[in-house]
Design a protein around this ligand. Structure first.
Ligand code: TXA
Ligand code: MG
Length: 373
């Protein structure tokens, strides 16, 4: 039975189209609106199909947010649990009134400061939004992506576009069209190849239904950036102690509770609390042990440390002083470990401030909460 289901799962339903338009990214939204490939992709969305497209954070898997039937196909293609709601993407602020109620003053300020950009806001939803999008919740998550292809696609489709990250559920998010193809070829109508994404981590998800904003998922916009605009911002307590919080708190963002970003290899995060030299020593001794047992072992290191290591695969995520580059490199590094059939991954930790918060959140999830201190 299980085997049969697996085979059915693998069966290719679509011959997935590929629209390669990364050369036109710099032409701007207006010119892209006239690009025949982009128009073809937008038409497919209008007709109820599912299309993968680049955003500034990661690739998204988009469908008409007003159609239950279209949105259902996203869940099917990803293998996503149906109680995990999707983010609705819009191309202009005017479209917001069509889909949400009650926009508090501080949300207006945040939109003004960070849209288009990697910030998702949660509002009470209007009836028109498909209940499949919101997974039965009374709220809906909305963002305006800062990517010309995404904006042109939404404009040309003429509808808000519901889109999760374009990976199979549980896998690292895609930062390049090849990652999407690897996960979803044959399962969706098409992929727009817009080159590599810039931020590399998903948007920050903020609940704006209460008196004060609450961060439900750290991401491309930092807590410090939000607070500079609206003053104190809360953080969902379920996020603060990832390793044991889930037993005490139910996360407000349903997606946060699922296994995520996981490579095939067993991953461990090594603490940097006792300093970089101690961390290096610790990583290397763990790696040596696994390698003497015959395992293939990878290290996720940084520019400052990668020379110090010996393993089957040592990847530098970038400089410890340049967390933007580190953020951009994580998912593709995890996928490289899979491609090279690594069995264990040891990853360095980062200080949990600024973008480090989102970076550590994703690494911790990929490691399933396993930290070596
Ligand atoms: O950068 C991003 O946000 C990317 C790109 C494609 O836009 N999208 C993305 O979507 O990361 P996804 O589905 O992988 O993550 C959406 C997160 C999930 O944790 C989900 O539970 C949460 O947002 N979410 C969506 N609607 C929500 C709602 N109404 N209330 C609470 N959390 C919600
Ligand atoms: Mg995702």
């Amino acid at each position: 039975m299980k085997r049969q289901q697996l085979d059915a799962d693998r069966k290719k339903k679509y011959s997935t189209k590929s629209w390669v338009i990364h050369k036109f990214v710099h032409n701007g939204v207006d010119k892209l609106l006239k690009n025949p490939q982009l128009v073809e992709a937008a038409t497919a969305i209008k007709q109820g199909e599912v299309i993968a497209f680049p955003t500034e954070t990661v690739y998204g898997l988009g469908a008409n947010a007003l159609s239950n039937k279209a949105v259902h196909k996203i869940f099917e293609a990803k293998g996503r649990p149906s109680d995990n709601p999707l983010i609705v993407h819009i191309a202009d602020v005017e479209s917001l009134d069509r889909i949400v109620d009650n926009i508090p003053g501080y949300a207006q300020l945040l939109m003004k400061a960070f849209w288009p950009g990697p910030l998702t806001l949660i509002f009470p939803k209007k009836e028109v939004v498909s209940s499949t999008v919101s997974a039965g919740l009374q709220t809906v998550a909305v963002r305006m992506p800062n990517h010309p292809i995404a904006l042109a696609l939404i404009k040309a489709a003429g509808v808000p576009v519901a889109a999760p990250s374009a990976n199979r559920s549980g896998k690292p998010s895609p930062t390049a069209a090849e990652h999407v193809k690897h996960d979803l070829d044959g399962r969706i109508a098409g992929i727009i190849d817009g080159g590599e994404t810039g931020v590399g981590l998903e948007s920050t998800v903020v609940d704006t239904t209460g008196e004060r904003p609450i961060i439900l998922r750290p991401g491309g916009i930092t807590k410090e950036q939000l607070e500079a605009i609206v003053g104190a911002v809360d953080v969902d307590p379920a996020l603060q102690n990832e390793s044991d919080a889930h037993t005490k708190y139910t996360p407000k963002s349903p997606g946060v509770k699922y296994k995520h970003y996981a490579p095939e290899a067993l991953m461990f995060l090594v603490s940097e609390a006792k300093g970089i030299q101690e961390m290096i020593r610790h990583v290397q001794s763990e790696v040596d042990m696994k390698r003497t047992e015959g395992y293939k072992v990878a290290i996720l290191a940084t520019e400052e440390t990668c020379e110090a290591y010996e393993a089957d695969l040592v990847l530098s995520l970038g400089s410890r002083n340049d967390l933007k580059t580190v953020a951009r490199s994580i998912y593709s590094a995890l996928r490289q470990c899979d491609e090279r059939n690594m069995e264990y991954i040891y990853a360095e930790s980062f200080p949990v401030t600024g973008l480090g918060e989102a970076i550590m959140n994703r690494l911790l999830k990929a490691a399933n909460g396993q930290v070596i201190t």
